[in-house]
Design a protein around this ligand. Structure first.
Ligand code: SF4
Length: 218
């Protein structure tokens, strides 16, 4: 069982300087992630915190909702797209207890903030109505990273994340709304997830679940 450590933050959204990414701001309500993906790139971005155990010590930014409202209601805020959860999963198990995301989404609705969010959890469906409402006001993009249709391999590489079928179901449900949906097929791991059968099944299942786009990186 991971340890939850409550902390305060000074700002909610951090600037992302990238010509490649379709957003310039990132909002991470947690630091650390219980999903424990064996390929997690976010671990490396937290190397500066030597004592931190990224998967087992989850820092909860308790005042992030207040900080977020302050930031997006400022006259200087340019109504930019915000990526929610670039280096953590906003719907990891801690969110069941802390329920921060509904408050963030209510503020996005109030201030008409366009968002992008990626998750490997079916808990996102708890907030279905809020996403659907926001998507009637501004662009909303929801993606799930799905690397394999083989549940045995999924358990090895993403032990605490939802099975692929649940992630596809998330996208199928959101396809009934104005939300734009996508899958990230990455990483593609040699010998584990790079077979023709796996990749073609991922594309086929995405199509069957009305997913709008698929993106992959090798
Ligand atoms: S869901 Fe994302 S942030 Fe969480 S462990 Fe997996 S790759 Fe890392």
């Amino acid at each position: 069982m991971p340890k939850y450590i409550e902390i305060s933050c000074k700002t909610a959204c951090n600037r992302v300087n990238s010509d490649f990414l379709p957003f310039n701001w990132d909002l991470n309500i947690y630091r650390g992630c219980e999903h424990k993906c064996q390929y997690c790139f976010a671990v490396y971005s937290h190397k500066y915190m030597e004592s931190e155990n990224f998967f087992d010590e989850i820092y909860v930014k308790k005042n992030i909702v207040e900080c977020f409202e302050k930031q997006i209601s400022s006259k200087r805020w340019k109504k930019s797209v915000i990526n929610i959860g670039g280096v953590t999963d906003s719907y990891q198990p801690a969110e069941k207890q802390y329920k921060i995301m509904p408050e963030i989404l209510k503020l996005c609705i109030k201030h008409k903030v366009p968002i992008s969010l990626s998750t490997k959890s079916k808990l996102i469906l708890r907030d279905f109505d809020l996403f659907a409402e926001l998507a009637t006001l501004v662009p909303v993009n929801i993606t799930c990273t799905i690397t394999t249709v083989n549940e045995n391999i999924r358990k090895l590489i993403e032990p605490n994340a939802a099975p692929a079928k649940d992630r596809f179901n998330n996208l199928k449900e959101f396809s009934k709304t104005n939300v734009n949906t996508g899958i990230f097929i990455m990483p593609i791991i040699p010998e584990l997830t790079d077979s023709y059968n796996n990749l073609s099944m991922l594309y086929k299942t995405a199509k069957e679940n009305n997913v709008n786009y698929a993106f992959h990186l090798r």
